[in-house]
Design a protein around this ligand. Sequence first.
Ligand SMILES: Nc1ncnc2c1ncn2[C@@H]1O[C@H](COP(=O)(O)OP(=O)(O)O)[C@@H](O)[C@H]1O
Ligand SMILES: [Mg+2]
Length: 290
Amino acid sequence: MNIKILSANANLYSTKRLVEAAKARKHDVEVINHAKCDIVIEKKNPVIIYKGHKLDHTDAIIPRIGASVTFYGTAVVRQFEMLRVFTTTESQALVRSRDKLRSLQILSRAGLGLPKTVFTNYSKNVKEIVDQAGGAPVIIKLLEGTQGIGVILVETRKAAESVIEAFNNLQARVIVQEFIKEAGGADIRAFIVDGQVVGAMKRQGKEGEFRSNLHRGGTASVIKLTDEEETAALKAAKAMGLGIAGVDMLQSARGPLILEVNSSPGLEGIEQATGKDIANSIIKYIERNV
Ligand SMILES: Nc1ncnc2c1ncn2[C@@H]1O[C@H](COP(=O)(O)OP(=O)(O)O)[C@@H](O)[C@H]1O
Ligand SMILES: [Mg+2]
């Protein structure tokens, strides 16, 4: 089979592991930088040009599109779809997953547990917003943040008002969210491939840190999901239309609450924590579908 990995950096752990896993199963595999693909559109003849040449026959792609290049990366994935190439992440689902608000609305409709979340169009009525989110302490999140940057725990209503006003003034969009204290600075990542949890880990923030992101100094360990957690994670990935998903959940007094669903989840943390060959699961997913 001819498999192409869409990745801006062939040296990333996830990219390298996917190449290894594809080769181990005797496939032809190539890393393509989606940012350097040109797209040619004409009547019934979609073409992708890469490094001056028309791309050869491809059976499947594995999109690994970073948040900063969602727009162009998605256009390239869509072009492959027009060529009837199997993709482990559909362009529609990719776009959907990058919009935090739309994602929360989809997850809510699917009946999943979520931290109560408020979003407004720079409303001046800050008191009402904080009250709707359950009152202080609240979490304030920049809409386009990643790796824990732009996620703030605000202890009092006064402080929340100042922070929201400051962001409003900068025209930076934020969501205000109920703070789930009992999560204890930890969250759970369930890695899903083709409707199955292939690995799960618990990430614990460093001492005195409520954010569990590994980039913020958190540590990961393997965990066995409860039935309720597993069901919630699978349902979340399905609602988002993602064949591959990293579902992040908080353990709360009222059961698992979905924080976000990642459409290009990294392999390094989860493979190291679980000792599992997740890249191999992804290649086998392709084999079942092409
Ligand atoms: N509502 C919340 N209650 C408690 N902890 C939270 C809440 N939201 C986020 N966190 C913590 O902060 C971390 C980062 O938040 P997240 O929404 O995942 O943003 P990012 O996209 O930057 O990773 C989470 O992994 C979790 O540990
Ligand atoms: Mg996160």
